[in-house]
Design a binder for this molecule. Structure first.
Ligand code: AKB
Length: 334
């Protein structure tokens, strides 16, 4: 590891025409299983390894390789990378915004120390490294409508601070040593099969489940709190397309990606077109409301659109119709 830090040696391009061998950390969170499914279709089941510190549900075990990996255990991660000839690393392990504020010491460990391990290993092993960033990497002094790729970033959460640190470290190692670091700033991601864990945007997933079960959602944000959001399939497609983009197309290493922005009131109104009896009550919680108020209300993703052709498929109308259909289908199959 030190030899690369000390030398001026850079990372060469990966061998041509070979399928990547992918390791996904934090693979049992909201995004890992779905991304693995897409990558496995393209590159082969055995070429994509999910990892986490939790025991996976049976369907994850049976759908492809899964290994235990703690991102705080440098030697174990190195062993996994070397033994499995990993060439791409997708680093999904992190504590999200709200849960991070409730446990700052743990968030600092996982989101910063864990990231340092992954950066060092990516450099040492010439990996293509994807680290997600977020709307949470902006703060009250950032331009909020829209937030451009390059602007003031002074987030006020440990989650945001660790994400800005990740963006800067990855870009530094790219410029200094040629690390193939790639980072997308995700909006709030909305999914059916996996649940988000402790974020500020989680209400936008829960509201669909509540609409179909009790018909009542109690929202922890004010009705007019506007945040950027995205359907999970757009998020996965953006990630795969960005990872596949030739390096020469990337004028940046950290890009905003956008799809839509809505308020709790607006998503509730759209759900009522399908379920007119949905009742939403508002009981703003001070932590999450303060966080949401400091985040962008819209993302400017024009650089991603221009450089590597990013275009979302889902707007609010399509998102709502798809979420309600998918939750209903899931329930009938259970
Ligand atoms: C959160 O709310 O913390 C995440 C995010 C927007 O990064 N979903």
């Amino acid at each position: 590891q030190m030899s690369r830090w000390n030398s001026q040696e850079g990372c060469g391009p990966p061998p041509p025409q070979e399928n990547p061998r992918v390791l996904i950390t934090g693979g049992l969170g909201q995004l890992g299983v779905g991304l693995a499914q897409i990558l496995r279709k393209q590159y082969g089941i055995e070429n994509v390894i999910l990892s986490d510190i939790k025991k996976p549900p049976p369907h994850v075990y049976s759908s492809g390789p899964f290994v235990y990996a703690d991102v705080l255990d440098y030697k174990l991660l190195r062993e996994l990378i070397v033994n499995n000839r990993i060439t791409w690393l997708v680093h999904y392990s992190a504590l999200l915004s709200a849960v991070g504020e409730a446990n700052v010491a743990l968030a600092r460990k996982i989101n910063i120390t864990g990231l340092h391990n992954v950066l060092d290993l990516a450099l040492e092993n010439c990996l293509r490294l994807f680290v997600p960033s977020t709307i949470g990497a902006f703060g009250p002094s950032s331009p909020r409508d829209p937030a451009p790729d390059l602007c003031v970033q002074r987030p006020r959460t440990i989650y945001g601070v660790s994400k800005v640190h990740g963006e800067l470290m990855g870009e530094y190692l790219h410029h200094k040593y040629g690390l193939d670091f790639r980072c997308l700033r995700y909006p709030g991601v909305i999914s059916v099969n996996t649940t988000p864990g402790g974020g500020t945007t989680d209400y936008a997933v829960q509201i669909f489940h509540d609409a179909l079960s009790t018909g009542h959602h109690e929202c922890y944000l004010r009705p007019n709190t506007r945040l950027p959001m995205m359907h999970i399939s757009d998020c996965h497609r953006a990630t795969v397309e960005f990872m596949q983009a030739p390096e020469c197309q990337l004028s940046l290493r950290t890009y905003n990606i956008a799809a839509m922005s809505f308020t709790p009131e607006e998503v509730a109104q759209e759900i009522r077109k399908h379920l007119p009896h949905l009742k939403v009550t508002y009981n703003p919680d001070s932590v999450r409301q303060t966080i949401a108020d400091s985040w962008p209300v819209r993302f400017d993703d024009s650089n991603a659109r221009r450089d590597w052709g990013w275009a979302p498929a889902f707007g609010l109308e399509e998102l709502v119709a798809d979420m309600l259909r998918s939750i209903r289908d899931k329930r009938t199959n259970e």
